[in-house]
Design a binder for this molecule. Structure first.
Ligand code: NAD
Ligand code: MG
Length: 393
């Protein structure tokens, strides 16, 4: 039996993970679960999966859950705060850790899983973007394996050579091509973007996701973060990673080799496919996802991204090329700007304005080490909060 911890268990990726895990009771045992504050969702998961440990980031939620679990006669241990999340990530009985917390809050727990030599199923792209080489170095030192869950990176993982040595240097590879759906505003008249609401921004045409990544898809910041994620995970320079818009979200990404061959991974847009791939790897296991019916899809379209329509993508591509502090500042500023937009405090088009303002103010060398990264992240958030306040509706 393989023990698994699911960080961010009540979210979109967390629940998809537990759906796949639940199909293989002979193979996987849930050891630990984490969430921020959704006690009702977590109580339901505890009833179904009987984990040994649950961590709630919010201490009040932890207290409420502990009392609900007692009332339900369940003996799951409850811990709280960041230390609690880290304990769930490093749990000695967990062989695999699904890192599916959203945002920078996932960094320390994800790093802990890498330091402890776990198989890390890596959905939390923000932690990859901000941590520079820390995650890869920690994994190398402990023998942990990092398997990407983001559908594009999981596709690339599947299309790259299986041999880790060949993979690290990406020998024979000309380009990595990340596909992008273009989100809900791909063809919306530009004049309408100023007034779009959080609900419209979160209505993704192909994927059901959490609200932060849904807004990132609408601005295409998501694809920019993914370019940086690909550079980190596959040790390639930004100039060798390209974005192509593919509105059907059937081709999840492609690797182009020096001989002109392109290998692509295709499938229905359902996160259970990359999750099952990473859980089963190197074997293949059932995910619950149905067969892709190509005749029903009919056609696959591709086009170049429009950087004027999507200034967040342009900012992220520039940050990917610049390196240094830029990816950390970009990520932190974006988290603040998106949460203000989701809270109704600013408008959709203020998101790139905030990010651009922060990047212009903080052009710094790459911070070395975790403490310096966290300090820069905090500084970028403070500047972003000032800029956001200036745009308040
Ligand atoms: P979500 O909002 O649905 O879920 C987030 C989870 O993290 C929840 O369990 C929530 O309780 C927890 N959480 C939120 N803030 C927290 C905090 N401060 N401390 C501790 N826990 C916290 O998000 P999601 O869509 O599942 O995305 C999770 C991650 O996976 C993100 O990094 C996202 O970019 C990435 N991802 C998601 C998808 C997708 O299809 N949803 C695809 C690719 C990558
Ligand atoms: Mg993705």
């Amino acid at each position: 039996m393989t023990g698994i911890s699911v960080l961010g268990a009540t979210g979109s990726v967390g629940l998809s993970t537990l759906d796949v895990v639940g199909r293989h009771p002979d193979r996987f045992r849930v050891v630990a679960l984490t969430a921020r504050s959704d006690t009702a969702g977590m109580l339901d998961l505890c009833r179904r999966f009987r984990p040994q440990l649950v961590a709630m980031a919010d201490p009040d939620a932890a207290r409420r859950l502990a009392s609900d679990l007692r009332a339900a006669a369940l003996d799951t241990e409850v811990v709280a705060g960041e230390e609690g999340l880290v304990a769930a990530a490093g749990h000695p009985a967990a062989d695999y850790v699904m890192a599916a917390i959203v945002g920078a809050a996932g960094l320390l727990p994800t790093l802990e899983a890498a330091r402890r030599g776990k198989r890390v199923l890596l959905a939390n792209k923000e932690s990859v973007v901000m941590s520079g080489r820390l995650l890869a170095d920690a994994a190398e030192a402990s023998g942990a394996s990092l398997i990407p869950i983001d559908s594009e990176h999981n596709a690339l993982f599947q299309c790259l050579p299986a041999d880790p040595a060949a993979r690290a240097s990406v020998r024979g590879v000309r380009r990595l091509l990340l596909t992008a759906s273009g989100g809900p505003f791909l063809d919306r008249p530009l004049g309408e973007l100023a007034a779009v609401t959080p609900e419209q921004a979160c209505a993704h045409p192909n994927w059901e996701m959490g609200r932060k990544i849904s807004v990132d898809s609408a601005t295409m910041m998501n694809k920019g973060l993914e370019v940086i994620e690909a550079c980190r995970l596959f040790a390639v320079e930004a100039r060798r990673v390209e974005v192509v818009v593919h509105p059907q979200s059937i081709v999840h990404s492609l690797v182009e080799y020096l001989d002109g061959s392109m290998l692509a991974q295709l499938g229905n847009p359902d996160m259970r496919t990359p999750i099952a791939h990473a859980l089963g790897w190197p074997e293949r296991i059932e995910s619950g996802v149905g067969s892709l019916q190509l005749a029903d899809v009919g056609r696959l379209d591709f086009r170049a991204p429009d950087l004027e329509r999507f200034p967040c993508l342009a900012l992220a591509l520039a940050a990917a090329k610049e390196g240094g502090a830029a990816p950390i500042c970009l990520n932190a500023a974006n988290e603040i700007a998106v949460s203000a937009f989701l809270a109704g405090q600013t408008r959709f088009l203020d998101i790139p304005r905030v990010v651009e303002g922060v990047l212009a103010k903080l052009s710094l060398p790459e911070p070395l080490g975790l403490d310096a990264i966290l300090a820069l992240d905090a500084e970028a958030r403070a500047v972003a909060a000032e800029k956001t306040a200036a745009f308040a509706i």
